[in-house]
Ligand binder design. Structure first.
Ligand SMILES: CC(C)(COP(=O)(O)OP(=O)(O)OC[C@H]1O[C@@H](n2cnc3c(N)ncnc32)[C@H](O)[C@@H]1OP(=O)(O)O)[C@@H](O)C(=O)NCCC(=O)NCCS
Length: 203
């Protein structure tokens, strides 16, 4: 059905207003977002499939939860595809058991140009007593990518509380050390790994 000139004019005006609003929204977003805007807390009951025969939850399962929680925070902050670039050291300081409610508490510590550091704290709650145990904590770096897998600029972080400001400056220090190490690792000569099928072709 052909729309009248007045109708078309209204649609055009509405569309251009929406475009302007979207543009303003993305400009405001690039100005910065708070830690609270992307913070997340996952909770999951531990079942036998998450544990060894003695009832201890597998470390690998805890690491998966950490990566998941971190990725959610990174995606909430950037609204783009995010990949894990690095995971810092992780010590399991207490065990978690079958029947525990395990929490992964994750929030942004620091944001660079295309990468961000996220801190994840794992706690296990005993449902019989309500007691919380600290299982371990880790720092992860995620990078935001565009559709061609190139790193893209992400919104800045606005640390609001004293704790967030402390975490921000500590994460900045860690980032410098981390990048120094990763640069050294990249410059080390790579071992030559030749797969059997490739060896066949060179014969
Ligand atoms: C992470 C990845 C995108 C970085 O690519 P790259 O070519 O090194 O990109 P750049 O050098 O432009 O670095 C992009 C950002 O990542 C950061 N970065 C790169 N390597 C890093 C590392 N090992 N640890 C922490 N940050 C790192 C850089 O500091 C930079 O951050 P900034 O923009 O905030 O300053 C790339 O290495 C990759 O795709 N890795 C595989 C990711 C993946 O598949 N993860 C799932 C587990 S298998």
């Amino acid at each position: 059905m052909i729309k009248s000139f007045v109708e078309l004019k209204i649609i055009y005006k509405l569309r251009s207003n929406i475009l302007i609003i979207k543009l303003l929204e993305s400009m405001i977003e690039m100005e910065g977002k708070t830690v609270a805007e992307s913070r997340v807390e996952l909770a999951q009951i531990m079942y036998p499939e998450h544990a060894n025969p003695a009832g201890n939850v597998h470390g690998g399962y805890i690491l998966k939860l950490i990566d998941q929680a971190g990725a959610i925070v990174a995606a909430r902050h950037t609204h783009s595809n995010v990949v894990t670039a690095s995971v810092d050291r992780m010590d399991f300081i207490s065990p978690a058991y079958i029947g525990n409610l395990v929490f992964a508490k994750a929030s942004l510590n620091y944001v660079g140009r295309t990468s961000m550091e996220i801190g994840v704290r794992i706690e296990a709650e005993c449902l019989k007593t309500g007691r919380h145990t600290h299982i371990g904590s880790a720092y992860l770096t995620f990078v935001a990518l565009d559709e061609a897998d190139n790193p893209i600029e992400i919104p800045k972080l606005i640390p609001e509380t004293e704790e967030e400001k402390r975490r921000y400056s500590e994460a900045k220090e860690r980032r410098m050390k981390r990048l120094k190490k990763s640069k050294i690792a990249r410059n080390e000569p790579q071992p030559c790994i030749v797969r059997p099928e490739k060896l066949e072709k060179t014969k």
